[in-house]
Every structure is written in C-alpha cells, then in structure tokens.
Design a protein around this ligand. Sequence first.
Ligand code: NDP
Length: 263
Amino acid sequence: MNLFALFGNPVSHSKSPLMHNLTFQGLNYPGCYTRYLLEEGEKLRETFFALGLKGANITVPHKEHAYRACDHLDVFAEKVGAVNTIVEKEGKLYGYNTDAPGFLKAISEFDNVKTVLFMGAGGTARSTSAILREEGYEVTILNRSKDRLESFKEEGFRTATFESFEYKPFDLVINMTSAGLEDDSLPAPREILDAVIPSAKACVDVIYGKETLFLKLAKTYKKSTKDGSDMLLYQGIIAFEHFTDHQYGFDEIKGFMERAFIL
Ligand code: NDP
C-alpha cells in the first residue's frame, strides 16, 4: 500500500483526500490518501519521511517550504518557487507545481482570450501568471497593497494597485485573492469591477465550493462565469499522474476523480 497525504494548515476542509481515494479505488491502485495538519513548514521533509509517504500535496501556507524540501524540481516548479506535489523515488523527493497547469487547462474553454486581469498577487497568482505568460497571454496584476507587486513588476508584468489602476478592457477578469473565501467581500473596489466586468468575455474565480460575491456580480452583467472547481480537479489529476508514475491517462483519472464533486 502506498501512502499519500495533504500537508497544510488548515487541511480539514480539503476535497483532495476524497478525490484521490475515489480514484485509487476506481483504478484498483494500492493507495491511501490522508490529511496532515502541519504547523511548522520547516518540518515538512522530516514529517514526510517519518510518515513513510510515497507522495504528498501541499497547500497554504507551505508551498514555498515544499519547494525547499525537495531534492529535484521540475523546470516550472523551479521557476515559480512553489511546489504543491511531491513524489518520493528511491529516497529522494521530486517536486512539481500542478496548480498552474491545472488553472491553464481550466481556462482553456474560453476562446479568443488574449488579455487577462488578475486580482491578487499571492502565491497562486505567481505560478498561474507565469504559465499564462508562457502560453502567450498578456497578464496584468491588480493588488490591494503595493508590496507583493514589486516582484511581478521586476519580471515585466503590468501591475497596479487599486489607487493607480487605469481602466482598459480585458478578455478575462480573474479573482486570484482569498476575498470571498470566508466572507462576502469583493476582490477589488466596486468602481473597478463595474468598469472591467462589462467588457470581459468571462469572469473566473479560483475559490470553489461557493458562489462568491464577485461571480454573483459578474452574473448581473450576464457574463459567463467559472469557479475554482475545475482548477482543483485538474491540479489533482496532474498530481495523480505524478503519484502513479504516469500509468494512467488524464481522462481515465478524471472519470473517477470528478465523482468527488458530486458526493
Ligand atoms: P495568498 O495568501 O498567497 O495571497 C492572497 C492574495 O489575496 C493577496 O494578493 C492579498 O492581497 C489578496 N487579498 C486577501 N484578502 C483580500 C481582500 N479582502 N481584498 C482584496 N485582496 C485580498 O493566497 P493564495 O495565492 O495562496 O490563494 C489565493 C486564492 O486561491 C485562495 O482563495 C485559495 O483558496 C485559492 N486557490 C484555489 C485553488 C484551486 O484549486 N481552485 C488552488 C490554490 C489556491 P494583499 O497583498 O493586499 O494582502
């Protein structure tokens, strides 16, 4: 039996154990996935080995600790400095970032998209903006406070705070903040949202499991909307491919994993 876990703080709300266990069961793979509340990120590596894990996912706030805990990193994880999937092979830890390709796949249903507005400049915005740029999208980063924008600016992204933002049309408007996760707040001031939503082709939120006030507002403008469920599903499928050494195809895994969203 191969043991897998989710490390994070908190972890109790996560769907990942259900997603992976349903898939192990469906594919008759000898695996079991649990959750582990990790308070100190520095202890990730020793905890991984102490538990005898074959693989792990890492969620907030430990993705940078996970990056530092690995012996080998794939090119993209190395570039963005954040790891959400670890696999053990012959005593070494291999780190991957599956959030970003999962997000890219989730938004690929929208056609003719070139310009994207990200609201939020945290860890998720960092990895997803990098992959979008690699794919040829033009990403502008809007954030409440200035500090987190500095590194995006250095990497050549267009950035703005709420105060310095100047309106221009965007094909996609995306909530990459945690605003709306545990409250009913909007990710940006209403004036900015009322300016950018009408000209957008669609509005996307990375939050899942609830309809945020941002998506409710987008619907009042009759926009297509999408929450973070597909991103969660797709990052999980890609992680599962790594966990099982690419023995199964994407659609085969999807068929079992997506059941976690209707249970
Ligand atoms: P971080 O803590 O790294 O960053 C949070 C960001 O949100 C910052 O830019 C912060 O701005 C901004 N923010 C927080 N509260 C507010 C607010 N009330 N108004 C405006 N801006 C706010 O978080 P992550 O990047 O790790 O996560 C962001 C979101 O992505 C979370 O909601 C998380 O649940 C979701 N997520 C979804 C996944 C999925 O599979 N669907 C996968 C991973 C993450 P400031 O700099 O000013 O503090």
